[in-house]
Design a protein around this ligand. Structure first.
Ligand code: FAD
Length: 352
């Protein structure tokens, strides 16, 4: 028998959609992704991007303080060793990313959401109900579908960058820029587009100095953004430079960056405490190519302003998979709620 609603994904968008859909009696089935080495390397394990970070200071409702008793009561026997370890951290910082995601997942399950820990690898958008194939070869049918498969930040791929993730290396200035470890310290932003300049400008509010590292002699950013970077006395552009190595140690995290020249100039080593990537994101839409309308950057194209409708009636999208602009947990959760309401109303209109 066909499901009423299948939700693909497991970040804030998917679980928020599941909470709303479950409470509306749609008995949602969530595919939260598979636990595989490929997903580990890609950063697309269950619980999404937020599970890759430590403290989350900007998700409403979780101030810094000892939230351990609350987490323990809310999670009950779902508290595994890893989560208990995170709780010790939470006492100082408020919610950590993995704990926050476990809480939202649990909230969705409390209302009857069913969960399958596997990837959806294909969606038949022609058939009614829609046909979905999981990576274990099983097939499912659903009247409506919400895609909330998120996106992943692009990294340079250096081992030293991997080593210092969450200890000075970040792919989200808005998420991490205000953390104490970056305040009044020199930082570097890698990239040359609008978002790199925007992130450098944002970080200059907290940092003592921001190096904007770009491999060419001209920024790709729009003229107005370039002017903003030039006018900001805290931003220094390192032209024609590529990153050779992120430097640091286990105690302090990132302490510097080694830059190579693309024009035969001598190498430079800059002392920095933060290394911010701004070289784009990759939405998790490969399995939807040729099925759903995607933007030129491969994000899902939403078709109605202020709604979560996609190019195929009955398929809705939420979170970073359809958003290359805000990319925050709260906006993902917000659009997850919207997608569930849109799906519910669409199903109701068809007598579902
Ligand atoms: P995601 O969180 O991207 O999750 C999508 C998940 O869907 C994947 O992980 C995978 O499990 C699953 N999936 C993907 N493809 C498939 C498939 N084919 N089948 C089944 N499942 C699939 N935001 C903040 O608001 N505050 C912060 O402090 C903050 N810090 C961040 C720190 C880091 C290091 C990063 C990378 C991001 C941070 N963000 C932060 C951004 C925030 O995590 C994202 O905006 C948010 O997680 C997007 O949620 P989402 O629901 O769209 O999907």
């Amino acid at each position: 028998m066909a499901e009423k609603l299948i939700i693909i994904g497991s970040g804030p968008a998917a679980w928020a959609a599941a909470i709303y859909a479950a409470r509306a009696n749609l008995q949602p089935l969530v595919f939260e992704g598979a636990v595989t080495d490929a997903n580990r390397v890609a950063g697309t394990l269950p619980l999404g991007q937020l599970a890759l970070t430590t403290e989350v200071e900007n998700y409403p409702g979780f101030p810094a303080g000892d939230l351990g008793a609350y987490f323990t009561a809310a999670m009950g026997d779902a508290l595994d060793e890893g989560t208990r370890a995170f709780l010790a951290e939470s006492a100082r910082h408020g919610a950590t990313g993995p704990t926050l995601m476990e809480l939202i997942r649990r909230q969705a399950r409390n209302f009857g959401t069913r969960v399958i820990t596997d990837d959806i690898v294909d969606v038949d958008v022609q058939s009614r109900p829609f046909g979905l194939s999981a990576s274990d070869g099983q097939h499912y049918q659903s009247e409506a579908v919400i895609v909330a498969t998120g996106a992943r930040a692009n990294y340079l791929g250096l081992p030293s960058e991997e080593r210092f993730k969450n200890r000075g290396v970040s792919a989200c200035a808005v998420c991490d820029g205000a953390l104490p470890r970056f305040r009044n310290r020199p930082l570097a932003v890698i990239g040359g587009g609008d978002s790199a300049v925007e992130e450098a400008d944002y970080l200059s509010k907290f940092a003592s100095k921001v190096y904007l590292v770009h491999r060419r002699d001209e920024l790709r950013a729009s003229k107005i953004m370039v002017q903003r970077a030039m006018d900001n006395p805290k931003i220094e552009i390192q032209w024609n430079r590529v990153v050779e190595e992120v430097e640091g140690n286990d105690r302090e995290g990132v302490t510097g960056v080694h830059l190579k020249s693309t024009t035969q100039q001598p190498d430079v080593k800059l002392p920095i405490s933060g290394f911010f990537l701004a070289i784009g994101h990759t939405p998790n839409t490969t399995f939807l190519r040729g099925k759903l309308a995607l933007t030129s950057k491969q994000y899902i194209q939403l078709t109605t302003p202020g709604r979560t409708h996609t190019g195929v009636e009955g398929i809705f999208a939420a979170g970073d998979v359809a958003d290359d602009y805000y990319r925050q947990a709260i906006t993902a959760a917000g659009t997850g709620c919207m997608a569930a309401l849109d799906a519910e109303r669409w199903l109701a209109a068809r007598g579902g």
